[in-house]
Design a protein around this ligand. Sequence first.
Ligand SMILES: Cc1cc2nc3c(=O)[nH]c(=O)nc-3n(C[C@H](O)[C@H](O)[C@H](O)COP(=O)(O)OP(=O)(O)OC[C@H]3O[C@@H](n4cnc5c(N)ncnc54)[C@H](O)[C@@H]3O)c2cc1C
Ligand SMILES: NC(=O)c1ccc[n+]([C@@H]2O[C@H](COP(=O)([O-])OP(=O)(O)OC[C@H]3O[C@@H](n4cnc5c(N)ncnc54)[C@H](O)[C@@H]3O)[C@@H](O)[C@H]2O)c1
Length: 459
Amino acid sequence: MSEKYDLIVIGGGRAANLAIAAAKAGEKVALIERSKLGGTCPNRGCVPSKLLIGFAEAARHVKHANHHHIKAKIESIDTQTIFDEVNDYISGVDPRYEERLKAVGVTLVRGEAEFCAFKTVSVNGQTLSSDKIVIATGSHPSHPPYSDLPVWTSDALFPLKTKVPKSLLVIGSGFIGVEMGAFFAGIGVETTLFSRGDKLLKHADHEIEEIFSHEFSNEVAVHKNATLSDLNHDGPHFTATFNIAGTTQTFKAENVLFAIGRKPNTETLKLEKTKLTTTQHGFIEVNDHLETSIPGIYAAGDVNGRYMLQHAAAYEVDFLRKKFYKGHPSPIDKKDIAHAVFSYPEVASVGHTEEDLVRKAIPYISVTQDWLASARAMSTRLEYPRIKLLVSPSDYSILGCHLIGPESSTLIHQVLMLMHLKNDLREIPQLIHIHPALNELFLSASIQAIQSVREYSPT
Ligand SMILES: Cc1cc2nc3c(=O)[nH]c(=O)nc-3n(C[C@H](O)[C@H](O)[C@H](O)COP(=O)(O)OP(=O)(O)OC[C@H]3O[C@@H](n4cnc5c(N)ncnc54)[C@H](O)[C@@H]3O)c2cc1C
Ligand SMILES: NC(=O)c1ccc[n+]([C@@H]2O[C@H](COP(=O)([O-])OP(=O)(O)OC[C@H]3O[C@@H](n4cnc5c(N)ncnc54)[C@H](O)[C@@H]3O)[C@@H](O)[C@H]2O)c1
């Protein structure tokens, strides 16, 4: 006999907030979590990785002090304490979530959920059913090749249970590869990163990617067009053989981090028992109400594959909260979801890349400028910071904006705000910018873009 609930939430990552909202609305709600409450972001994702990156940034300021005619030397970096502090943060996450859930009366079920009948779920032999189920089971690192060896994925870093290696090979040049690669290099670990293609951050706008690739390679040894052909582990070292642009090369390091993408957590859910199907990559398809092909079953966050970002998961969970408990009837707003890569250099992006616009035959004008007109930017002594604006020649709306340089993740919010309120680039020069704040980069780029739109004539 199954116990009936008003709502079952499977996965206690971002969707824990939905369970709390349901309980506050007076519903009988069960939250099922097989691992640590809080999910990927605070336990093994955004938060611990950014805490680590802060340490590397501090080290990099010392390393680059000579740009400001200051002679400085790092005497030592206590890498073990850095990880101990981050491990400490992680250990507090699950208990904090559990307290919040218990305070509002959510029934917390610890264990792995699987469907056992239509809209019925079993966990450790206990059966729960509901007409309203939210699947928010997130994602996990793609299974690395050579997984019989003690190689790392990002999950192995948080919490780190082994000693910090002196040397590291990073395989993959997406978000995690370049963030963690810059971190380890920043704290003095001899780091080499391998990309199987000829780009790092292959989905970035090409102009930004070129600058990123160049600057990142000054910090981290990079090999492009590199395919791993063999990996051995012998005593304290890994020996990796790569085919790099037609030649065979061998590298040794104390550890290897695979950062080769993430897969949805749907394999063990037995979705077929509730008649739900997934895409060929295992993501749960949803409509614009985040409802699956089975009415009453919803999927939010990484598991639906729309984005794989914490702020997108948060937005989707909040959409469901408003839908269920505030009676909001509208479909989910197709907002542009921005992202930032907290590597060195930092990159932030919203909307289309230039390649997207070309592929989709969307007319645009493009302006790329450095930020160096601003004294604050000049004072950084960096030469690469750039803004790329892609603007519609028909109505001055921003189609895409791509930043590279310090504080890109913060600065991009000026563009997000404009796109959110009234997407008309002509508003930017109307705003009196503080002189000489970094934000002046938007002023000069928008003035040039407005001029280009005025002069635009379709070919
Ligand atoms: C190293 C790293 C850095 C990142 N940095 C950023 C960043 O800076 N910014 C950003 O926006 N995003 C970042 N992300 C992505 C972000 O962490 C995810 O997009 C986000 O956590 C997804 O939230 P979610 O709630 O969908 O899934 P999750 O947080 O993964 O939660 C899903 C939960 O479901 C549980 N679960 C799975 N299957 C079952 C089951 N069958 N039964 C019971 N429970 C189950 C899991 O244990 C997990 O706790 C990063 C990810 C990684 C790995
Ligand atoms: N700052 C952020 O917002 C942030 C940070 C970290 C992670 N994330 C999220 O987590 C996701 C996963 O990150 P990720 O870096 O693992 O994935 P990713 O998709 O960003 O990059 C994976 C890279 O690995 C390459 N690759 C795939 N298989 C390979 C193989 N067998 N050998 C060599 N290279 C291979 C791919 O071509 C790609 O370049 C991201 O897509 C993002 O959604 C976000």
